[in-house]
Design a protein. Structure first.
Lengths: 225, 225
DNA sequence: CGACATTTGTAGTTTAAGCAACGCTCAAAG
DNA sequence: CTTTGAGCGTTGCTTAAACTACAAATGTCG
């Protein structure tokens, strides 16, 4: 039976969580080795030590998995890097850096051709960014109509900037780029958000560059611990 | 039903392989964090994202798991480090080094008290060493009676040496120690084995020290790939 | 000592994952 | 052109793993 449709909300059974985690991990491994187009369902299942049929019990096809995987990866990164959901200058800085690394990793490590890959990833990333930023903006102030718009604009702007930076050959250090972009994004959020100067947070443990991005997903199953 | 007893030989179902792999991985993770005594079955199962009941479907208790895990770890190391099963001076050298690192890791990283841990590990290691060395010795030459004896003596000697080296405070570099021990072991095997001077093998990819020993088990499930 | 919490094993039932096998499409090789 | 093979998507049946729940053992503290 179609497991997915029945539950959809509650991931009750740990087997489901685990299986999806392994599929995501397998896909991200493979995406470093070959073009997404060239990856088959059989390969994914094999790499995940799962039966091919099990794959279809969870996802319609490899694109559905990619969507799911992308969302998980982004969320996992966001959750790991941003100490709390609230806005702070520091969190904005981290978010920009995170997106930069993410986009850059895709460009660097995923062998072309990126047929449907790029637009799909782009959409997912922007969706998540929108979500985060919407949470940053309080409902109370101003006309609540433009709240969504501000979040949307900021999300697109951020992604666009990161994309451009990633493709730029003369890539300046990410840190520099971030310092340059943050104020521009902040301008979009300005009217809504209290400009608390950053809460002198301690270093995020994840640290510098894009280190364990995909690989980190292998541990994703442990969330329910 | 008792899965284990029915199969015992053929690990047909990948779920079995995977589950045991995850349990081993979980145990080796935990053994770095706390004393083996202090580890509970519940913890192991949780860390492995498995139900506690599933644990008991595979192992009687945590000691049974430890035995299984130890064997797997050692075999995995041996298989990874020794290019082929046959004897060569180079393989002997690697085997000694391997045992040194293994024993040393246990002493270093596994928090005491080592109640039943040490003798159990010792037994398992020696058993595997005996197996390897027995394969090295041809059946044909001399009286085949003493073949087993030679293997046994060599295994014990090797383990003893490694253990002593590991506990020695003024630990000399492993490489030096290996060079010192190899001839002594070789003397035991001498009568049986052709002294081929080492086949100028390329570096083992595993490389230097005890790097990914326990952690490497996380990938153990992929064997059947 | 007794009360309380945790761990340990062991049922019975439900559910997800494995497997073999099928028909389908499509593209490369004969 | 036909044949072969690879991948896709689906089906029915089997089996391993999840869940609930319980009884016994083992701590652990006042």
């Amino acid at each position: 039976m179609l497991v997915k449709e029945i539950q959809e909300q509650k991931h009750e059974d740990p087997r489901i969580t685990r299986t999806r985690g392994m599929l995501t991990a397998a896909l991200s491994e493979l995406m470093r080795e070959k073009s997404f187009n060239a990856i088959t369902v059989r390969e994914i299942a094999e790499r995940a030590t799962l039966n091919r049929v099990t794959f279809y019990a969870h996802f319609q096809d490899k694109f559905a998995l990619l969507e799911y995987a992308a969302r998980q990866m982004i969320r996992q990164q966001i959750e790991a890097q941003l100490p709390n959901g609230a806005y702070s200058d520091e969190n904005l800085r981290r978010l920009v850096l995170l997106v930069c690394n993410f986009v850059s990793d895709i460009d660097q490590y995923c062998p072309p051709p990126h047929g449907q890959l790029e637009p799909l990833m782009e959409k997912k990333i922007k969706t998540e960014l929108y979500d985060v930023m919407l949470h940053w903006l309080p409902t109370s102030k101003k006309t609540s109509a433009s709240r969504e718009q501000a979040a949307m604009m900021s999300a697109w702007a951020l992604y666009g900037a990161a994309k451009q930076w990633s493709q730029d050959k003369a890539q300046k250090p990410a840190e520099d780029f971030v310092r340059q972009v943050v104020p521009l994004i902040k301008a979009n959020l300005q009217p809504f958000v209290e400009t608390n100067g950053g809460q002198t947070a301690k270093r995020a443990h994840g640290g510098g560059s894009s280190s364990g991005r995909f690989v980190s997903l292998l541990r994703l199953q442990h969330v329910y611990r």
